[in-house]
Ligand binder design. Structure first.
Ligand code: ZN
Length: 110
């Protein structure tokens, strides 16, 4: 599995722990394991000026999420209401689930 190195997955809620958006939370839209980055909904917004390209694209300022380094975000645990470290719990039947290291809450679904 390409993303085995990272415990963050699509649709996880993460908190930015460093940089301009520090303290903000958002939902992971995409994981880019080969670049070590994630795209998080409404975070790390960059504004791009686009030129008019005919009637369908009048141009203007487009706001878009830029990828954030995975090392700059942490899984956000709803129960702890805090960014947390994530561990892996293996059930008796061998099924693995990600859990909050602080409260034991299962994070997402594997
Ligand atoms: Zn927790």
């Amino acid at each position: 599995m390409a993303s085995a190195k990272y415990k963050i997955k699509k649709n996880d809620t993460v908190m930015v722990v460093t940089g301009r958006d520090r303290g903000k939370t958002g939902k992971v839209m995409r994981v880019l394991p080969e670049r070590g980055r994630v795209v998080v909904e409404r975070l790390n917004i960059v504004k791009r000026h686009s030129k008019p390209r005919g009637a369908q694209s009048p141009g203007g300022i487009v706001e878009k999420e830029a990828p954030i380094a995975i090392s700059n975000v942490m899984i956000f645990c709803d129960r702890c209401n805090a960014p947390v470290r994530v561990g892996v719990k293996v059930a008796d039947d061998g099924a693995k689930s990600r859990v909050c290291r602080r409260c034991g809450e299962v994070i997402g679904n594997d």
